[in-house]
Every structure is written in C-alpha cells, then in structure tokens.
Design a protein around this ligand. Structure first.
Ligand code: NDP
Ligand code: A1CAB
Length: 281
C-alpha cells in the first residue's frame, strides 16, 4: 500500500511520524509534498527512504490513499491540482471537517473519506473520527480504520456530528491544556510550588482520569462523586466551578459550531464562485 500526504505542517508531519513510529507504514511507502518544500525535506531527514515530490499531483498519482492535510481554505487549490490525476480506485482522505463529503465527491472522481485526527495520535492515543463517503466500500473502510487503529481509536461518526465530536477528540486537548495552564499558574503563584512539578502532576492526573473514563468505565458524574466526599474540599471547589462556569460550555459549543459553519460557507464559496464564473463566460 502506498500512502501520500499533501501538506506537511503540524498534522501532516504528525501523521507521518506516528504511522512510521507505529510500524504500520515504512518511509518508502510514503510520498509527501507541501507548499514549503523545506518541510518535506525535514521529514525526509528524519525518515530515510521517504519519497518527496515537488507537485501535489505527483503525490496523488503515486498513492493508493492520499491524506490532504491543509486548512479548509487551502483545499480548493489542492483539489484543482489533483482532480485530473486521481482515479476511481484511489481514496482521498480529508483531515479537515469543513469540507463536506458531497462537495469532495462532486469535485473528485475517486473514493473519499474524512478522518479527523488528534494531536494525541502522536503518542498512539486518543480517537480519530471516521466519516466515510458513499463510494467507500467495506474493504476500504477496513483498510482505513485498520491504518488509523495503529495510532488511535477510530470512531465512526455521522457527518452531521463531526463538529461536536471534533470538539472533544481534536480541540479537546487544547481546551484541557488551557484549563491546566491557568490552574498550574495559579497554584504556583499562590503557593510558590515549582510549576514544572505541578505540570508533571497534572499530566499524570489527566492520564489516570482518562483511564478511569475509558478502561474504568466511569462517567464524569460518577468520577466526581467518588472524589468529592460530602462536605469535603473537592465538593467545595466543585461548587465554585459550577457557579463560575455555569454556561461556558454551551458558549464553547456554539463558538466552535459558528466558526465551523463560517468555514463550511467560505470553503464552499471558493468552489461555487468558480462554477459561477464558468457559467458567466
Ligand atoms: N492541529 C490539530 O490538532 C488538528 C488539525 N486538524 C485539521 O488539519 C488541518 C491542517 O492543520 P495543521 O496541520 O495544524 O495546519 P498547518 O498550517 O500546520 O499545516 C498545513 C500545511 O499545509 C500546507 N499547504 C497549504 N497549502 C498547500 C498546498 N496548496 N499544497 C501543499 N501544501 C499546502 C502548508 O504549507 P506552508 O508550510 O507553506 O504554510 C502547511 O504546511 C486543518 O484544517 C485542521 O482543521 C484536524 C485535527 C486536529
Ligand atoms: O483548530 C482547528 O481548527 C483544528 C480543528 C481541530 C483541531 N484543530
């Protein structure tokens, strides 16, 4: 199996590093191209034998599966470059959610899926969200999810729920890191404890909490009631959090969905404006 990566910024290079590290792909199986060629050269230094290409069309032509790892508004340029070289038996995977499957299928003659990774996949952890297009068959699904299972837990979600699922799977690490950063800073400022030590404690705590929610089968509510003994310290602090954050999560979900809808509209408009221009002239 040959796998291509178009766009080797943060996530493209993370996926390449993770697949190679997991042993599920070898460098010679991979072809990569990116707008800034130095970024693919850096990857090739890390992974001897990795194939570099100067053109996205060459990456696409050389691969059975092509991961497109660019931002939503950069997508159309890539589609324009690869449209004429991909064939019906190839699979193009978008790692970004605002490009809708019906749009991708109408622009490309090949099979299409969206697989939304997470920074946690770098350490072989966390979920990857799988949203398959109508041309993907059972064998393709197995191949894609088997590949993703080497670095993550693949979870199928309907396209209509991609955003909220990504809030947890992909944005979630940043949200929790924000929470921890503020908390560590306050803890260190108010007590003088070394923030690096608090950082280690926070990481271990988060890892253990994750295990309790997955392997341990606890719900977040059950976990709180196991820790917060009635009349105790945790219960007191939880009341403070509830009072201070009462509607922040509704606002958070609304914010991510608002930005997502804006990106869907903008990405779609890039394709529509061309169709409009073609109709005009
Ligand atoms: N960061 C995350 O945790 C997650 C991100 N995603 C999604 O992944 C996508 C990429 O994110 P991320 O990797 O963080 O972004 P980056 O900006 O780090 O990477 C995007 C890369 O695409 C390259 N690029 C842009 N246009 C082209 C083009 N026409 N041809 C080839 N390469 C091109 C850019 O090149 P250059 O270096 O020249 O700018 C850049 O290296 C986003 O849409 C995001 O939604 C999904 C899940 C998690
Ligand atoms: O912030 C972003 O747009 C991307 C989507 C999921 C994670 N990062």
């Amino acid at each position: 199996m040959k796998v291509g990566f178009i766009g080797t910024g943060s996530m493209g290079s993370l996926l390449i590093d993770a697949f190679i590290h997991a042993g599920v792909l070898t460098p010679p199986q991979i072809t990569a191209s990116s707008r800034t060629f130095a970024k693919v050269q850096k990857l090739a230094h890390r992974h001897a034998g990795l194939n570099l290409s100067l053109r996205n069309s060459d990456t696409a032509a050389d691969s059975d599966i092509v991961f497109i790892c660019v931002k939503p508004l950069e997508f159309k340029c890539v589609i324009d470059e690869i449209r004429d070289v991909v064939t019906p038996d190839q699979i193009v995977v978008s790692i970004t959610s605002p490009l809708l499957l019906h749009r991708l299928e109408s622009e490309l003659p090949c099979k299409v899926s969206k697989i939304i990774p997470s920074i946690t996949n770098l350490v072989g952890s966390g979920a990857s969200l799988c949203i398959h297009g109508s041309r993907i068959n059972e064998e393709d699904r197995y191949m894609l999810e088997n590949l993703m299972s080497a670095i993550s837990k693949p979870i199928r979600v309907p396209e209509s729920h991609t955003r909220v699922a990504s809030d947890f799977a992909s944005c979630g690490p940043a949200f929790l890191a924000f929470f921890l950063e503020q908390w560590i800073q306050a803890g260190s400022e108010l007590t003088g404890m070394d923030s690096r030590q608090l950082n280690d404690l926070a990481g271990e705590m988060l890892l253990g909490t994750g295990k309790l929610l997955t392997e341990g089968g606890l719900t977040p509510a059950e976990l709180q009631s196991r820790v917060a003994v009635p009349g105790g310290i945790t219960a007191e602090a939880l009341m403070l959090l509830e009072a201070s954050l009462h509607d922040v999560f509704h606002k958070l979900v609304r914010t991510t969905h608002h930005k997502y809808e804006e990106d869907v509209r903008k990405a779609d408009a890039l394709f529509n404006s061309e169709q409009f221009n073609q109709q005009q002239y």
